[in-house]
Unconditional design. Structure first.
Lengths: 288, 243
């Protein structure tokens, strides 16, 4: 039946494709122009804010509380060179990554298992929402009580900051699947597991990736808060100690260190996103 | 709500049967029952004499939306049924590529659905159903509905070339009378909610057909007028009720 057929209207299809390609190229060119303009203004606004900070410091506001960009840069350079930044950052990084990994894995697996168990989703989802709404920072002192003052309480607190969002996002992604796709694959002979692997999971992937992205800073917050409460190392400790001695520049230098960590982790998620969501139409992403 | 009432329909092996009627008369419900996605509240649906229980995996379903998996390339989408039925990788690839060539999609096998036009996506959607040879009945629910008039004609023509001589049965739903005549061996006319079959008509136009000049085919006007007379009363009552 296939061989029998005469040549298809190749040229027609190719013409259509060429026109689409041309339209796409035009859109891409336009987008590049927009990106350049936006980038210029982003840098300009940032510079303006830094200059305003520098101008206000010592004139409008006490330098003791506000420091200024140049002192912060100096402090950052100092803790970078003497190795103290890396010493503290190392712990914070390990706590954040472990907490992130733990929270993301349990959140993802938890949501999938909940979905697979009949009736599990309607029972558990409101409970998870309730737990999500609880201010988890209030748990921090308890975490110290339960898990001591080492790395563990920081990891656990960071994980709780990640778990709920990844869980709820995954659950929402599984619920949002297009029933048409599920039915088509069922008619093609897909078993429940086949449907799950070939339809549900890939369909939920954009939600899951969004969850993984927004929890990057959340994990860091969890680790830092736990460090604030009780620790003798980590960037949270560094900031706390500097602030107790009114070394405002050092506090900001620590914050700059944290910012760099968030940006690096974000870049990591972006790499993941690009390989997992290659199929998705390009969308604008404010965090790059 | 009752979508259908007392529907008795025999589909002949290897025929192209079209269900036509006003919207909301339960044409799609019939296809869903045949696919096993909806169970009839009363009565039975048989496929090759065997009652359908659960999802009918020996029927292929081309839905109104193309329902391509957006995370799979053209090739991946065409292969999915074969994958689910455990066909070997190289054979899957070979069969999928052969079908893609017949509809002019060779060269687009690595494109994702969002990179294809509506007509191309529809081709993929049809081909992924036909590529599975264990399927002997193909259900099509207004597959060409959202396409522009030219693309529609081209795809109707392609569908006929793919189907003729294949020995497979097609049950096709449309509300376009010209499309129904151009494609079908028989046309079943449905009446409004709850739907019943008002009559079944043979289309005596010989094959292979030229869908581009179907108006000039001998017998076209007669069959068009006869079916339209039946449909028009339906459409008028519908609009009176609606207004």
């Amino acid at each position: 039946m296939v061989d029998r057929l005469a040549g298809p209207r190749d040229s027609e299809v190719w013409y259509e494709a060429a026109m689409r390609q041309r339209a796409t190229d035009e859109v891409l060119r336009h987008e590049r122009r927009v990106t350049r303009t936006v980038g210029f203004w982003q840098v300009a606004v940032l510079l303006l804010l830094l200059i305003a900070w520098w101008g206000a410091s010592g004139r409008l506001l006490d330098k003791l509380f506000l420091s200024d960009p140049i002192s912060v840069a100096g402090a950052f350079w100092r803790i970078l060179v003497d190795g103290s930044l890396w010493y503290h950052l190392r712990y914070t990084l390990i706590e954040t990554l472990l907490g992130y990994g733990l929270g993301a894995t349990t959140g993802l697996v938890g949501a999938v298992v909940t979905w697979l168990v009949p009736g599990g989703e309607p029972v558990l989802r409101p409970l998870v929402l309730l737990a999500y709404a609880t201010p988890k920072i209030a748990l921090a002192p308890l975490m110290i009580l339960w898990f001591g003052i080492g790395v563990l309480p920081k990891v656990v607190l960071a994980a709780t900051f990640v778990f709920f969002i990844v869980f709820l996002n995954t659950a929402a992604g599984l619920a949002a699947v297009n029933p048409g796709l599920v039915n088509v694959v069922r008619v093609m002979g897909g078993s429940p597991i086949g449907v799950f692997r070939k339809v549900m999971l890939p369909s939920a992937l954009p939600f899951i990736v969004a969850g993984l992205r927004i929890t990057v800073p959340a994990a860091l917050i969890g680790a830092i808060v736990a460090e604030f409460i009780s620790s003798n190392r980590g960037v949270g400790y560094l900031i706390n100690a500097a602030s107790a001695r009114y070394r405002t520049a050092d506090v900001f230098a620590g914050i700059v260190g944290l910012l760099i960590v968030v940006l690096l982790m974000n870049a990591g998620v972006s790499v993941l996103e690009r390989s997992w969501l290659r199929w998705a139409p390009r969308t604008r992403n404010p965090l790059g | 709500m009752t979508a259908l009432r007392r529907v008795d329909l025999q589909v002949r092996r290897g025929e192209f049967l079209t269900l036509i009627g006003p919207s909301g008369c339960g044409k799609s419900t019939i296809l869903n029952m045949f696919a096993g996605l909806t169970a009839p509240t009363d009565g039975t649906v048989l496929h090759d004499g065997v009652p359908i229980r659960g999802v009918n995996t020996r029927g292929g379903y081309v839905t109104q939306d193309d329902n391509l998996l957006p995370w799979r390339t053209t090739l991946g989408n065409v292969q999915i049924a074969l994958e689910l039925k455990g066909v070997r990788r190289d054979e899957r690839h070979e069969r999928a590529m052969a079908y893609l060539s017949t509809v002019g999609l060779r060269g687009f096998e690595h494109h994702y659905p969002h990179e294809l036009s509506g007509g191309m996506r529809k081709r993929v959607s049809i081909v992924r159903t036909l590529v599975d040879t264990s399927v002997n009945v193909i259900l099509m629910d207004e597959p060409f509905g959202p396409l522009d008039a030219q693309t529609r004609l081209v795809l109707q023509d392609e569908l006929l070339r793919l189907w003729e001589g294949s020995g497979r049965t097609i049950v096709f739903v449309t509300h376009d009378l010209v499309e129904a005549i151009a494609l079908s061996d028989r046309i079943a006319i449905f009446t409004g909610a709850p739907g019943t079959i008002k009559g079944v008509r043979e289309v005596p136009i010989p094959r292979p057909r030229d869908v581009f000049h179907i108006h000039d085919a001998p017998g076209f006007t007669e069959i068009y007028d006869a079916i339209w007379a039946g449909l028009r009363t339906e459409l008028t009552t519908e609009s009176v009720q609606g207004g």
